[in-house]
Each structure stands twice: as structure tokens, then as C-alpha cells.
Design a protein around this ligand. Structure first.
Ligand code: ADP
Ligand code: MG
Length: 381
């Protein structure tokens, strides 16, 4: 067990790192953040900010020397950096598990090898693979880069065979997967935490609505058939167990019209769709990250109230600082801002969560409040 007073290392200092850092410092740990961004949102709360690239050998050596354990806020940290630290101190989740989550090809293969379902897909490494891919996957489909995609970036819709060539080159002619496009009934996600000893706590499934490829709204509990939610939980547990996973794991699922579940992808960390845990659960996902990193059992994940979480993007600053009072006057609504100075279009600047009893009432309240934010009044799915 790593006791409070010890120093924890964090690779990546965005909003997820910021909320991890707040949780860790609240529990009495020191935090050193490695992030090349001079304006890292996590740095404000960290004991120290190492402002250097993720491959900087001096910075990695300092983390290994001064920290009791290291975790990460995103999967795109070079595997070699994680491995070099892991030679000295625990890295949780493991470098191996992060490697799986960062690469769609390895991720889908791992999920299938475990016996869990994914969308039909075909790997494309070079244009030689086009023909077999088009034979295996019926159109419409989606071409996705194997690595570095996020918020719908690195994906192109393929409606007819001739789209593939342009799409592949637009994505940089890098390793890709061609994925069957699913007629989605809904999308849900499960966030869980697993300790080094194998204790698991699972948060209630969230139903996720995306706009322009970016998570827009999460609804908790997800409005799906209860057997769908419990099967998703079973699948997420199985994945964590088979990977001998330690830390917070998020599993994103597609649900089709026949209530069939497929794993879309996993994230080896807390997730945007788990932000409701900050205001609606006994333990939040960032406390779980601290607890599992330090060798403790995860805290109880029980849902204290229903919740609807809404992302706030940079678009809301079109006419200056948004009118936060519209949100804050509501006693059941909680505002979180990530301290980012530049409100760029599509950039995640914060979120708010409406809590209460009935999900349908909360959804109505959330949509009404969302519409008061400039650039957030598009039609909702
Ligand atoms: P990201 O890494 O950007 O989160 P995802 O693979 O999760 O990438 O895709 C983002 C969103 O695009 C999904 O949440 C879903 O709404 C939509 N999408 C992705 N793949 C498919 C698919 N095969 N069928 C239908 N919708 C999809
Ligand atoms: Mg996703």
C-alpha cells in the first residue's frame, strides 16, 4: 500500500489529469505531472509540473526516482516511456494494457480472443488490403486509424468502394481498421475500477449521446433494457479480469436495434462519460484511480442519484464568458470548469451535471440549461 504523503506520478495533464490530481491531493498525496503543455490544467493543482516531452529521459528518470507509482490520463503516451518507468516503480494500468487500448487493431483482437463481441472489422495496413476488406465488410462502413483517434477524429465514412482509396490517404496511409457501420439503438459505457488484488467496483452504465463525434450528453442510469445493462457489466468485468487489469477501465458499447451488445473500444483510464460519478456516486472515478494506483480496494460505486451530464465546449464563449449563474442557481446542478484559458471551438472546457430522481426530468432540465449556452443549442438526438 502506498500511504498518503507519498508522491504519485501522472503522465498527461489535461482535465482528466486535473481531476485525478485534485482527488490525490485531497487524500494527502503529492503529485508530479509530466506534460509538455505550459498551460496544463492539472499543473495548477500538482505539487510539481515537469514541462517536457513524454520521451524526455531526465523527466522520466525523475518520476521513477521520486514517485511511489505512476499512472496516466491518456493512452497515447509512448509505450517505451511507460516501460522505462515500470522497471523501477509500479505503472498502473500496466504498459501492456495501455498498449492494447491505444491501438484499435490490437484492442479488437484482444477483445475477440477473450470471447467478447466487437463490430465486424477488417485490418487495412496497405492498399493491398482494400479488396479483402471490401469483401469482408459490407458498406456503409467507417475507416478508422489504428492509433491516435479521439472525439471522432481519424475516422472517415465509406459509402461506396471508391471512397476507400481517398479516405486511406486522407488518414495518412497508416494502419487502419474498416469497421461495419452499425444502426445504433444506443451507446452505453461502463466505468469500473479493479485493484491489484482483483477487487472490482462497477459504476452504473451511462447512456451516451454524441454530436459531431464528441460526447455531448451522458444519461445515468442508461435507458436500456436491464438485461442489456447487466450484460454490459458482465462483459466489462470479464475484460478487466482477463487482462488482469489494475486501475480504472472504461468500456464503450454499441447497442443495436435487436439489443445486441458489441464492444466499441476501451479506455485505460477515467472517462468523460464517467464524470457523473463526481456528483452522483459515493466514490468518484478519480478517487478510484488514486485508490487502485496506491494498492487499495476501490471505494463503493453506488449511485446516490440519477444524473445527466452535459459537456461544455469552447463554442460557449462566442459572446464572452457564459452566464454561469443560469446553472449555479439550481441546487441539484453542479458545474465543473477545467481552467483552460483558450476556449477553442470543439474544445472540452468543462461540464455540468444535473442530479435528482427521475432521469426524464433531469434530461429536460439539462437540455434547457444547455440551450442557454451559445453554440450548444443544436438539435439533440
Ligand atoms: P473515438 O476514439 O473518437 O471515441 P469511436 O470509435 O468511439 O472513436 O467513435 C466515435 C463515435 O462515432 C462513436 O461513439 C459512435 O457514435 C460513432 N461510431 C463509431 N464507430 C461506429 C460504427 N461502427 N457504427 C456506428 N457508429 C459508430
Ligand atoms: Mg469512443
Amino acid at each position: 500500500m502506498i500511504l498518503p504523503g507519498a508522491t504519485l506520478g501522472l503522465l498527461g495533464g489535461g482535465q482528466l489529469g486535473r481531476m485525478f490530481t485534485i482527488a490525490a491531493r485531497t487524500m494527502g498525496y503529492e503529485v508530479i505531472v509530466l506534460d509538455p503543455d505550459t498551460e496544463s490544467p492539472a499543473a495548477t493543482f500538482a505539487t510539481e509540473h515537469l514541462c517536457a516531452p513524454y520521451t524526455d529521459t531526465d523527466a522520466l528518470a525523475r518520476l521513477a526516482r521520486e514517485c511511489a507509482a505512476v499512472t496516466t490520463e491518456f493512452e497515447n503516451v509512448p509505450a517505451t516511456s511507460l516501460e522505462s518507468i515500470a522497471q523501477h516503480i509500479p505503472v498502473r494500468p500496466s504498459a501492456d494494457n495501455i498498449r492494447i487500448a491505444r491501438d484499435r487493431i490490437l484492442e479488437k483482437k484482444t477483445i475477440r480472443d477473450i470471447g467478447l463481441k466487437t463490430v465486424e472489422y477488417h485490418v487495412i495496413l496497405t492498399r493491398e488490403d482494400f479488396e479483402s476488406a471490401l469483401q469482408a465488410i459490407s458498406l456503409p462502413a467507417i475507416l478508422k486509424t489504428a492509433t491516435l483517434g479521439y472525439d471522432g477524429k481519424g475516422q472517415i465514412m465509406i459509402s461506396q468502394p471508391s471512397d476507400l482509396d481517398t479516405a486511406f490517404y486522407t488518414l495518412g496511409a497508416k494502419p487502419c481498421v474498416l469497421e461495419q457501420r452499425i444502426d445504433l439503438a444506443s451507446e452505453i459505457s461502463i466505468v469500473l475500477a479493479r485493484s491489484i488484488c482483483g477487487h472490482i467496483e462497477v459504476f452504473t452504465a451511462a447512456e451516451n449521446r454524441h454530436t459531431n463525434g464528441i460526447l455531448d450528453i451522458s444519461i445515468i442510469p442508461a435507458r436500456v433494457n436491464p438485461t442489456v445493462a447487466s450484460n454490459a457489466e458482465k462483459m466489462a468485468r470479464m475484460l478487466a479480469e482477463e487482462l488482469d487489469y489494475c486501475g480504472v477501465l472504461t468500456v464503450e458499447f454499441f447497442v443495436d436495434k435487436d439489443d445486441r451488445l458489441m464492444i466499441n473500444e476501451m479506455a485505460p483510464r477515467p472517462h468523460n462519460s464517467g464524470h457523473f460519478t463526481l456528483d452522483a456516486c459515493q466514490t468518484d472515478q478519480f478517487q478510484q484511480q488514486v485508490r487502485t494506483l496506491c494498492g487499495y480496494r476501490p471505494g463503493k460505486a453506488d449511485l446516490a442519484s440519477s444524473a445527466v451530464m452535459v459537456n461544455i465546449l469552447g463554442d460557449a464563449w462566442q459572446q464572452g464568458t457564459p452566464a454561469w449563474s443560469d446553472l449555479l442557481v439550481n441546487p441539484g446542478v453542479f458545474l465543473h470548469l477545467y481552467g483552460k484559458k483558450e476556449p477553442r471551438k470543439g474544445r472540452k472546457m468543462g461540464h455540468f451535471t444535473c442530479t435528482g430522481e427521475k432521469v426524464e426530468d433531469l434530461l429536460e432540465q439539462a437540455i434547457k440549461l444547455k440551450r442557454t449556452l451559445p453554440g450548444h443549442n443544436h438539435e439533440l438526438p
